[in-house]
Design a protein around this ligand. Structure first.
Ligand code: BGC
Length: 568
């Protein structure tokens, strides 16, 4: 029995088919001090071109007090001196384009930093007009609602309880302001036309500078129910409320229908610049059909597929998620995206080695369950080989191409994630997936910065996983990724039809079909091996199956592996 999951599409805009590489600037490469920056990225463009990716998405590099690693923006049009200058941004865009790489920048519209000039003005007195740009509520005994911050604790802070209140003009101000994240990240009021006009202008600023698109942070959070009703549930980073069954009331602060008007406005702005500018939603919603609403024809172009990232490594879960993701995005004509890691979750190599796979915990510490490293690595590579075969666009997070695991031995003294502090250490937080990239095995600090210093310690395995070592080794993870992306492009996997065969097998077997080339078969295994046809000619395999496949009389794909092959 064969099931058509997706139908071939004509070659079209790059963002429908591209491999998009996420750069977390502070940890990618530094040309000066302990923090990475834009000149460091420029120095690695050759590496990224050779990896075979199509675009780079840069996490925020704007002026920021860095209370949430730059997702707290004080000035949306200025590069933070910590990362470089606006001229560096211009140089980066030009140099990347010269290497055939597009640039997507991060836009953080749900909240500003508390150091943003609007919020600073709003603090000064209760009647400042800038208060209308945020969610201030006059003094009440209790917080205006029972809403929880995603990072832990209440989502409201009294102005007079801010750390900067003593001795300030606001030291007696008992009004509250809303922050769905850290108290240093006040939520903007998107019902205010000034907020809307400002962000249209910010889009134009970066488009005029030559960027190729935007990743929209917390796209599901911008509009709140103005009645501010209570809603006591926790909304989890990436996973949302986890209530796909709809048994809890719809959140008044997340995924409100009015949010879509904003994206229609933005789409109109992007349309002024042609159709090859990307707009990518980071929206944690509980249902794929809700996600599809963000990528309707007059809204954004694509959305991160967190269902795929969060799917447990089981045949049923993968089968279901892949079917449902393609159906939901095809229904609105948007490309599906395939993503396994980012700067907010435990790296796939480690997540997949835990006894319970899925979205995983918020960080891993020495006292927590430690992953089975080999199992996690094998599964993550299998998932990458599958991911690159599926129709749509493919996201990878810096270091995935090196097989980097999570740093699980960070001392608490170096942690910076506000989630660690706001949960009073109950959650380790996200620092473990954000440690610097090891570029050179034998250089000080693994070549991350000229002096060898880095803002977080390196992985214990940095020496063996360093990029220069892997570069020379044809069997390395880096070499595998280069071959993988080259084959994906050559075979135009991103725009092919996809068929699922055999609905009951304990493994998944897909067929990628495109007019003008032979079918490409893709098998991913889970707990058990899968048979491989005698005539199979291997195109790519997730790990060194060479000896198994060439010499094994039974011709099978071992457990926790993936392979592409033809039979012609
Ligand atoms: C970003 C996080 C950030 C949060 C608040 C997220 O979705 O990916 O890193 O902490 O938004 O801006």
């Amino acid at each position: 029995m064969t099931l058509l999951l997706h139908t071939e599409t004509p070659a079209s805009e790059w963002w429908r088919e591209g491999v998009i590489y996420q750069i977390y600037p502070r940890s990618f490469a530094s040309s000066s001090g302990p923090i990475g920056g834009l000149p460091g990225i420029i120095s690695k463009l050759g590496y990224l071109r050779d990896l075979g990716v199509d675009a780079l998405w840069l996490s925020p590099f704007y002026l920021s007090p860095q209370k949430d690693a730059g997702y707290d923006v004080a000035n949306y049009r200025q590069v933070d001196p910590m990362f470089g200058t606006n001229d560096d941004a211009t140089r980066l865009i030009a140099a990347a384009h010269g290497c055939g790489l597009r640039i997507i920048v991060d836009l953080v519209p749900n909240h500003t930093s508390d150091q943003h000039e609007w919020f600073q003005a709003a603090l000064t007195n209760p009647h400042a007009p800038e208060r209308e740009l945020y969610w201030f509520v006059d003094e009440t005994d209790e917080p205006p609602t029972d809403w929880l911050s995603v990072f832990g604790g209440a989502a409201w802070t009294r102005v007079c309880e801010r750390p900067d209140a003593p001795g300030s003009a606001w030291e007696d101000d008992r009004s509250w302001y809303l922050h769905l994240f850290d108290s240093s990240q006040p939520d903007l009021n998107w019902r205010n036309p000034k907020v809307r006009a400002e962000f249209r202008d910010i889009l134009r600023y970066w488009l005029d500078l030559g960027v190729d698109g935007f990743r929209v942070d917390v796209a599901h959070g911008l509009v709140k129910d103005p009645q501010l009703p209570n809603w006591q549930y926790h909304y989890d980073m990436v996973a949302g409320s986890g209530d796909a069954a709809g048994s809890i009331p719809p959140p008044p602060q997340w995924n409100r229908p009015e949010v879509h008007e904003i994206y229609r406005e933005w789409r109109a702005v992007l349309n002024e610049y042609g159709t090859d500018k990307a707009l990518v939603a980071e929206a944690w919603v509980d249902d794929l059909s809700d996600l599809a609403n963000y990528v309707r024809p007059d809204e954004m172009y694509q959305a991160f597929n967190f269902d795929f990232l969060s799917a447990p490594y089981t045949v049923d879960s993968y089968r279901h998620t892949i079917r449902e993701s393609l159906a939901a995005m095809d229904a609105v004509g948007a490309p599906t995206t395939w993503v396994l890691s980012n700067h907010d979750v435990v790296r796939a190599v480690s997540r997949f080695g835990l006894s319970k796979t899925g979205k995983g915990p918020n960080g891993i510490r020495p006292g927590d369950e430690q992953p089975d490293a080999v199992l996690g690595f094998n599964r993550a590579l299998a998932a990458h080989v599958l991911q690159a075969a599926l129709p749509g666009s493919c996201y990878i997070y810096q270091g995935e191409e090196l097989g980097l695991p999570e740093h699980m031995a960070l001392p608490d003294s170096v942690r910076q994630d506000p989630a660690f502090f706001r949960t009073k250490g109950a959650e380790a937080g996200r620092d473990g997936c954000r440690v610097p990239i090891p570029w050179q095995a034998d250089a000080p600090g693994y070549g991350f910065s000229p002096s060898g210093v880095s803002w977080l310690p390196h992985l214990d395995s940095a020496h063996e996983l360093a990029a220069d070592v892997q570069d020379r080794d044809p069997e390395s993870t880096l070499s595998l990724f280069r071959r993988l992306f080259a084959q994906r492009k050559r075979l135009q996997m991103a725009r092919a039809s996809l068929y699922e065969t055999d609905e009951v097998a304990p493994y998944l077997h897909y067929v990628s079909r495109l007019s003008g080339r032979a079918d490409v078969h893709v098998i991913i295994t889970f707990d058990t091996p899968a048979p491989l046809p005698d005539q199979a000619r291997i195109i790519i395999q997730s790990r060194n199956l060479g000896e198994n496949l060439a010499q094994d009389a039974a011709r099978s794909v071992p457990p926790n592996a993936a392979v592409w092959f033809t039979t012609d």
